[in-house]
Ligand binder design. Structure first.
Ligand code: ZN
Length: 136
């Protein structure tokens, strides 16, 4: 397992992605990349590159608003929802963490936005929702 860098910061946002991106594009002058829907997670995302790190703006797209992002906002309000570390190999990293007894949400890598393999650690492992990711 090799941690390379902070890949992105996931920010739970209310409303549409366009509304969510507006501050970053119109006020801060950053550029948003293409939007993407990750249906199995019930989220739509847009990435806003910020130097080497991406801001991942997330909105709930489930009909009832009770996907992971909808639930997060209902409980905590909008804000930083997760931090993602880029690793050399997501699947191997999850296996290594599992072997170390680290509490995991995902025991195997799955497909995420931005053509990445992703997996989440349980918040009790790192004190926040931590994602590990590597390019597919
Ligand atoms: Zn993420």
């Amino acid at each position: 397992m090799k941690v390379i860098c902070v890949d992105h910061i996931g920010i739970a946002c209310k409303g549409s992605l366009e509304d969510a991106a507006k501050f970053y594009t119109d006020v801060l002058g950053l550029k948003a990349t293409g939007t993407e829907k990750v249906m199995d997670q019930g989220v739509a995302t847009v990435f806003v590159p910020c130097g080497e790190t991406l801001l991942e703006l997330l909105v709930d797209i489930t009909p009832e608003g009770n996907g992971p992002i909808g639930k997060y906002i209902a409980k905590n309000g909008p804000g930083i929802q997760h931090v993602a570390l880029r690793v050399d190999d997501c699947e191997k990293t999850l296996a290594e963490l599992d072997a170390k007894g680290v509490a995991l949400i995902d025991h195997h890598a799955r497909g995420g936005a931005g053509n990445m393999n992703i997996g989440f650690l349980h918040p009790k492992a790192a004190g926040l929702l931590l994602e590990v990711c590597s390019p597919k």
